[in-house]
Design a binder for this molecule. Structure first.
Ligand SMILES: [Zn+2]
Length: 496
């Protein structure tokens, strides 16, 4: 949909955060001018007539802040559906390393599909750990798809590319990169100088997992990027038998790199001293309940008392699970409740109260996500002067009716599905309307709608699948075990 000079949302139930993050539903109008929320009031008169002003009747609708997804690999769309019964090791050799087979064109459609699925589900801001950095062209394709989609994003460029397959049958990895390749250093510096992209929507971050490199190399990568203006650094951190028991927080601290621009995805089994250090430096974590619960990362930490304050939520792999934040809020909430309740049940007792609350889950998906990316003053709640990132739910759908009238936050966290999301506005632009994704503008100002994107994705998937079927996947599994120094004795069928 083309840009409107103003958008008036009339008579909706607006979810407003107060200073303590308590959410109150208020019957109100919202006026959007340009890319900002200009006014929230009981009754707003339409601004002076303009042919491109939009007025949306929101009677019976809930208007929520857009969701903030703080950990996602947006390129993986063609790999959807292949990890239903997989663990982390299986995901790495069956899915993630297939990135070596992606051409820049596959990346473009995969990334666009990932962004559009996110928007469809009400995500307006996403931290993309963009580890599809096979070549400069691959990252260029990924970034241009993000810009085209209309989503707001931190595009976290990976200056040390993942190790690629050199041959698939027999399977062999290339030698791991011992530093930042020249082309990646040049591209990172170039993107840092040119950012932001897409009228300010897309900022450059850094995705970094190459902590095996010498200390001075790691430090210089962070220092160079910080001096070039990069404001967000994201790394995977999982402490378990597969990924190792070391403390990444301690390493970052000992290198002098732990600051408020650090966002660690997962942090399962983070040490108590990790939590103390992360909170002291105002760093943040992103829990991704779907992948963490399935793939044996460990329990999600987003409601852990020592980490909750700096937590947020992410989708991680839409190749493995749905790309919407409704699912992540609900899974995080109910798994935390289940774990707590079981402690009472196992002792022959019943809890007096349920904990955590639906509102806490909602906040993890909105305002706390915004703070995790250093944008708490700009997005994550509905307030005059903030950027216009909003989601409009149909409060009278079969799923939400009555729940929305009684408790709109509960309706979103426990009753809503992507189907109930009628309209999504990012940066003052309508990207989903009437329950359907709007067309996006790709190269040469060509507009493509979702059916065309789906056709491109299916074509690309077929090509990739034909190559995957001839690959030596047992060899790939062994290759991953060696590359990550995994002790096979720790992978067992039963525990006593
Ligand atoms: Zn990840």
């Amino acid at each position: 949909m083309s840009a409107a000079s103003s958008i008036l949302l009339s008579n909706g139930t607006v979810l407003l955060h107060d200073e303590e993050d308590h959410v109150t539903p208020v019957r109100a109008d919202i006026l959007i001018i340009g890319n900002k929320i200009a006014e929230i009031a009981p009754s707003i008169s339409p601004p002076s007539p303009s042919p491109d002003a939009v007025d949306i009747d929101c009677t019976g609708k809930i208007i929520s802040p857009g969701f903030v997804d703080t950990h996602h690999h947006l390129w993986q769309t063609q790999l959807k559906g292949r990890h239903a019964d997989d663990l982390l090791l299986d995901y790495m050799y069956k899915g993630n390393i297939v990135f070596s087979l992606f051409k820049p064109e596959d990346v473009f459609w995969g990334q666009l599909g990932g962004c559009m699925e996110a928007i469809d589900g009400g995500t307006t801001m996403v931290v993309d750990h963009a580890h599809i950095n096979h070549s400069a062209d691959h990252s260029e394709s990924a970034l241009s798809a993000t810009v085209a989609s209309g989503i707001r994003s931190y595009f976290c460029y990976c200056p040390v590319p993942q190790t690629r397959a050199a041959s698939w049958a027999p399977f062999k990895f290339e030698t791991s990169s011992s530093s930042v390749p020249d082309w990646a250093a040049t591209q990172l510096a170039d993107l840092a100088a040119k950012q932001p992209f897409g009228n300010g929507r897309v900022r450059l971050g850094v995705g970094f997992d190459a902590y095996y490199l010498p200390q001075d190399v790691v430090i210089s990568i962070f220092q160079n990027a910080r001096s070039a203006g990069v404001k967000l650094f994201t790394s995977h951190y999982v402490r378990n038998a597969l990924m190792g028991q070391h403390s990444l927080v301690n390493l970052l601290d000992s290198y002098g790199l732990l600051k408020d621009d650090i966002l660690l995805s997962h942090a399962n089994q983070a040490l108590p001293e990790d939590a103390i250090q992360l909170i002291a430096e105002h760093a943040h974590v992103s829990s991704t309940p779907d992948t963490e619960l399935q793939m044996a990362h460990g329990a999600p930490v987003c409601f852990r008392p020592d980490l909750h304050k700096i937590a947020s939520l992410g989708v991680d792999c839409h190749s493995n699970n749905s790309g919407d934040m409704l699912t992540q809020m609900r899974l995080a909430l109910q798994s935390a409740r289940g774990t707590r309740n079981q402690q009472f049940v196992a002792r022959g007792k019943q809890p007096r109260t349920v904990h955590p609350t639906a509102e806490q889950a909602f906040n993890l998906g909105t305002i706390m996500g915004a703070r995790a990316v250093g944008m708490g003053a700009e997005i994550g709640s509905l307030r005059v002067g903030k950027l216009a990132d909003l989601v409009i739910f149909d409060g009278e759908s079969p799923g939400m009716v009555c729940a929305a009238a009684h408790d709109p936050v509960a309706a979103i966290v426990l009753h809503a599905s992507v189907r109930d999301i009628e309209t999504v506005i990012v940066d003052g632009r309508i990207r989903k309307f009437g329950g359907k994704l709007c067309a996006v503008e790709v190269e040469n100002a060509t507009e493509v709608g979702w059916p065309e994107v789906a056709a491109k994705l299916l074509h690309s998937r077929r090509r990739l699948q034909e190559m995957i079927e001839t690959a030596d996947m047992d060899g790939a599994r062994e290759g991953i075990i060696k590359l990550f120094h995994i002790d096979p004795n720790n992978i067992v069928e039963h525990v006593a």
